[in-house]
Design a protein around this ligand. Structure first.
Ligand code: GDG
Length: 489
């Protein structure tokens, strides 16, 4: 199998594979398609594409292999200590809290930074190995911010895009980072830098301006009208590209699915209203705050425990980090307390599950829920909000959404709230509950408007618009940036 000569390379911290164990104990690597895979598959497939990433298990790496659709998966090996310092440490205990506006205090550790640099270098070596002359490389997310700069040095022939999936903070926060110049230099190795929101892009442009670089134009959405000029003459485009979901995959409900939805409702005791939360168990997601709001509404009698049930699905995440352990304890304590106060035997008012569910089951939960509670303190986009909306093509249901989620820019027909203000969360939740009974025409209109927005702005549009702009940014050079429609191969 030829590993060189890939015209289009995606690089992400994680490879889209899982290590699965069969009944006989044998282990195999199996592709695990997620949103990013769905978005990029047409381009990857049309261009002999290659995906470079860590397979998710320390000190193990399968041989490179092709998926059924012909995409080459190329693993990068990380040791247990790389995982601790690069991934858990610098990525998730330094950058994650800093970029989410200091919801918890970031740790600045020099050894973690060394590991971050070293792992970015390793990724760059692997990419340089698999990318064809003049190939396009699309680097994903905060774990790999140095990669564009390193690759630019190693392989000036490449067209490089970089997309950040989490928020980019204001320059006043960012300047805390002891390695801020090197980080910005790394990102600026790209030809095009994409953020979810114009506000994130503006933060980056402001930072570049403060570092003395020439900035021209304003950031816009799905377009490149802002540019940063670097000493030496290279120009970098900056724009907003709001990510979305494979909307079609969520919205289609067969009769079998509908029976499943009805059964789920029955399993919960057929309450009048079901409120749902679905999150990775992360302190940015505001799970405790939404539980507190729910508890206070039960306490005052604004909500009746005989009529409402809250279901919280919390997928385990970054479980070895202290802030994540603390968040889990607080959430589970609140669930226990609320149930202790307001449940009857056999009828808990909060159903809590600390494990994931398969995607086809998750769709049924979304469809079953009357109200979706999405209350992050800060979120780059939040796909859960869009997935819920995609599952309500009939206009049923209502979305309570934090103003601090990127999705609020597009889903402004949601019941918006400020998660830092419990009264605001209570108000939005109560308004949604009441509107479903008192103003069904309004709630239907609001949901249908959001549904139309999500269906017409899916993840395909995201990847097409980014890659289209990347092509334009490199126009006049020897770029072979792929046609985003996958037709030019
Ligand atoms: C980062 C940014 C940005 C959750 N529980 C289950 C499950 N999920 C899936 C959801 C959704 C995904 O996980 C979570 O995506 P979010 O966007 O909500 O949040 P992050 O994980 O923080 O993602 C975020 C995103 O990157 C993309 O750029 O939107 O702002 O933080 O797709 O469906 N899936 C299954 N079972 C579960 O129990 N199958």
């Amino acid at each position: 199998m030829s590993e060189r000569g890939n015209d289009f390379v995606v690089v992400a911290n994680r490879l889209p594979v899982d290590l699965t164990t069969a009944a006989d104990g044998s282990q195999a690597w199996t592709p695990s398609p997620g949103g990013l895979v769905t978005a990029l598959s047409p381009v990857l497939e049309a261009h002999q594409g290659c995906w470079v990433g860590w397979p998710g298990v320390a000190d193990a790496a399968p041989e490179p292999f092709r998926t059924e659709a012909g995409v080459l998966l190329h693993p990068v090996r990380l040791s247990e200590s790389d995982f601790e310092a690069f991934y858990e440490g610098f990525s998730n205990a330094t950058l994650w809290p800093l970029y989410h506006d200091l919801i918890v205090t970031p740790t600045y550790d020099r050894d973690w930074w060394d590991a971050y640099r070293e792992v970015n270098l390793r990724f760059a070596d692997e990419v340089a190995h698999v990318a064809a002359e003049g190939a396009t490389v699309w680097v994903q997310d905060y774990q790999l911010q140095l990669l564009p700069g390193i690759l630019r040095q190693m392989r000036p022939d490449l067209t490089i895009g970089f997309f950040l999936h989490i928020p980019f903070p204001s320059p006043d926060l960012f300047r805390q980072l002891p390695w801020r110049e090197e980080t910005v230099r790394g990102i600026l190795g790209a030809d095009l830098i994409g953020f979810h929101l114009e506000a994130n892009a503006r933060n980056f442009l402001e930072l570049a301006h403060r570092q003395g670089l020439e900035v021209r134009g304003e950031a816009t959405t799905r377009d490149v009208t802002a540019h940063i000029s670097l000493p030496g003459g290279r120009t970098v485009g900056v724009g907003a590209f709001p990510i979305s979901i494979a909307a079609q995959d969520f919205g289609q409900f067969s009769d079998e699915d509908k029976r499943r939805v009805a059964q789920l409702r029955k399993d919960l005791g057929s309450p009048k209203r079901i409120i749902l939360g679905v999150d990775r168990l992360d302190y940015t997601k505001g799970i405790l705050q939404r539980l507190t709001a729910f508890e206070e509404l039960l306490e005052t009698g604004a909500l009746d425990p005989e009529e409402v049930t809250l279901v919280q699905l919390a997928t385990p995440s970054r479980e070895r980090l202290d802030h994540y352990k603390a968040t889990r304890s607080q959430v589970e304590e609140a669930v226990g307390r609320i149930n202790g106060r307001f449940s009857r035997m056999g009828h808990p008012v909060v159903h809590y599950q600390h494990r994931g569910v398969p995607k086809d089951v998750l769709r049924c939960y979304y469809r079953m829920a009357d109200i979706m509670l999405v209350t992050p303190f800060k979120d780059g986009m939040n796909l859960v909000a869009k997935e819920f909306v995609a599952c309500h093509d009939d206009g049923s249901g209502a979305l309570v959404l934090s103003e601090f989620a990127g999705a609020a820019t597009e889903l402004d027909e949601a019941y918006l709230c400020n998660p830092f203000d419990i009264e605001s969360v209570k108000r939005a939740l109560l308004n949604a509950v009441r509107a479903l009974s008192d103003a069904p025409f309004t709630t239907t209109q609001r949901m249908l408007t959001m549904h139309e927005q999500v269906m017409s702005h899916d993840v395909r549009l995201w990847s097409q618009s980014f890659l289209g702009c990347l092509r334009i940014t490199r126009t006049g050079t020897t770029s072979h940036a792929p046609d985003p429609h996958g037709k030019d191969s």
